[in-house]
Design a protein around this ligand. Structure first.
Ligand code: AP5
Length: 220
């Protein structure tokens, strides 16, 4: 299975993708996490990406395309397929992915679009916290932690530090949403025309969204 998750920042793509990965073992490639890991290492990609990410802007196409195509060539993606969270985000990225797949005699099976009004996305981004160690995603206003006091991950055997992403600051959120509407949302039509797009309302409980996503996977 080769699939892509689309949707605005805060729609819950990462939350759903983690659960689907646990259920199916399909390799999960999270573009934002790959870039954040590069920033942490301060490698060439990280140094180039950091400023764009902190400002809520998309990182240049040639950088993210290079990173993702290299990862897609690895054995696990070639044999088990992949789930892409956060890629593609522009027409140029979508075309680069199509070209790569056609060179490998492969094609995408499914694109899931998690739809969510901007005001709810902003509420979710404002309350998000993430475990530095295991990557578990929390939310202080909508989900699983009710107090700002919690500073360590409650997942069994973890206890990692919980932190807030720099780009979740209220001053950066409008730019991220604007980038999404201007550069990523045209991809909905691109994939709709190819007959691959399935829309799932993300304005529901996590379990309901998961169940509808799994139904779409099984029908493909
Ligand atoms: P990235 O890390 O991909 O950020 P994003 O797309 O903005 O997505 P998010 O991680 O913010 O949201 P999500 O949909 O995964 O939501 P989540 O599950 O966490 O990208 C960051 C930056 O990297 C970009 O701005 C750009 O600079 C760069 N970048 C990345 N990819 C790029 C590319 N292809 N090209 C160029 N640049 C790129 O959920 C959000 C919150 O809501 C959480 O707290 C969660 O607990 C909560 N929540 C989830 N579901 C529900 C629910 N059903 N009900 C209530 N709360 C919920």
């Amino acid at each position: 299975m080769r699939m892509v998750f689309l949707g605005p920042p805060g729609a819950g793509k990462g939350t759903q993708a983690q659960q689907i990965h646990e259920e199916t073992s399909i390799p999960l490639l999270i573009m934002g996490d790959m870039l954040r890991a590069s920033v942490k290492r301060q490698d060439e990609v990280g140094l180039e990406a950091q400023g764009y990410m902190n400002r809520g802007e998309l990182v240049p196409d040639e950088v993210v395309i290079r990173v993702i195509l290299k990862r897609l060539e690895e054995e696990d993606c070639q044999t088990k397929g992949f789930m892409l969270d956060g890629f593609p985000r522009t027409s140029q990225q979508a075309q680069a992915l199509d070209k790569h797949l056609s060179q490998c005699n492969q094609q995408l099976d499914l694109v899931i679009y998690y739809s969510l009004p901007d005001e709810i996305a902003i509420q979710r981004l404002s309350g998000r916290k993430i475990c530095r160690k295991c990557g578990k995603i929390y939310n202080i206003s909508t989900l699983n932690i009710s107090t700002d006091e919690q500073t360590v991950c409650s997942k069994e055997n973890c206890g990692g530090e919980i932190y807030q992403r720099v780009d979740d600051d209220p001053s950066v959120q409008p730019k991220r949403l604007a980038e999404y509407h201007q550069k990523t949302s045209p991809l909905l039509e691109y994939y709709r025309q190819k007959g691959m797009l399935r829309e799932v309302s993300a304005n529901r409980k996590v379990e309901e969204i998961f169940s509808e996503t799994m139904k779409n996977l099984k029908m493909t």
